[in-house]
Design a protein around this ligand. Structure first.
Ligand code: UP6
Length: 260
């Protein structure tokens, strides 16, 4: 999958969100995902107004937004249409299937109504995928399963990673890809490697996050690269987003030519 261009990979994806995401990347020439870890809806929308044209995917943690409301969701969806990006709610579901199906579609956030895709832990077992797969939804949906994490001392083992990839095989139409750090994690070119833990500025934070450079993660198989504070906490987010976008696209272009 590493040498295959995104537009070709769209053709072999069995999940419609993965297909869309590959096509957006090819069209907009960006594999940058911005993680908008801000606590105010106005701040998030203002940031997206500046960086929206440079990203393929916007990753949210809606449960940290202090003034979350349905109007925010409407504006977020409008922005996604205007700038042609998809929405990933990084909910990291990790409970029994029944609870997860409620968390996915009920409560304040009603994630299933607006998120194109969500992140999910494999820890509870297959029921979690079964629940999301059968959750009724008017729109297409996708799942990124966590096969590895970026944080120091995380308890995921190589066996856990392998079992996670195996679990996903039964749900090809649901699976958008994996959150992981290494190319060896999976082979299917129709799936997307989403890699967080990326920053140019520093090698880690104070709470266990470990950072790699954009070049390094592309070399390690990343297809969509998540940058949070590297852009969000910078003085000029727009300039920074362009910087990350350009380095990432250059690295991807080298990779598909086999020069990496
Ligand atoms: N994230 C990781 N590592 C993982 C999985 N998810 O950092 O293994 C998420 C975090 C955060 C973002 O929840 O929203 O990616 C990274 O943000 P940062 O670039 O500001 O560190």
């Amino acid at each position: 999958r590493l040498n295959m261009p995104y537009e070709k990979r769209a053709g072999v994806s069995r999940n419609s969100i993965a297909k869309q995401l590959f096509n957006i990347m090819a069209t907009k020439k960006t594999n940058l995902c911005i993680s908008v870890d801000l606590t105010s809806s106005v701040q998030i929308l203002n940031l997206l107004e500046k960086v929206g044209e440079h990203v393929c995917l916007v990753k949210t943690h809606v449960d940290i937004i202090e003034d979350f409301n349905s109007d925010f969701v409407e504006q977020l969806k409008q922005m996604a249409t205007k700038f042609n990006f998809l929405l990933l709610e990084d909910r990291k579901f990790a409970d029994i299937g029944n609870t997860v199906s409620l968390q996915y579609s009920k409560g304040i956030y009603k994630i299933s109504e607006w998120a194109d895709c969500v992140t999910v832990h494999s820890l509870p077992g297959e029921g979690i995928l079964k629940a999301l797969n059968s959750a009724s939804s008017d729109k297409s949906k996708g799942v990124f399963l966590l096969a590895e994490m970026s944080s120091e001392g995380n308890l995921i083992t190589p066996d856990y990673t392998k079992a996670t990839v195996k679990m996903a095989e039964k749900y090809p139409q649901l699976m958008t890809g994996f959150v992981c750090q290494n190319a060896a994690t999976f082979d299917d070119p129709g799936l997307i490697q989403l890699t967080p833990g990326v920053q140019l500025e520093k090698p880690k934070d104070n709470l266990g996050q470990v950072y790699n450079t954009p070049e390094k993660v592309i070399e390690n198989g990343a297809d969509v690269v998540v940058v949070g504070r590297g852009i969000v906490a910078s003085k000029n987010p727009e300039t920074e987003a362009v910087l990350y976008k350009n380095i990432l696209w250059k690295s991807y272009s080298k990779r598909i030519l086999g020069k990496m």
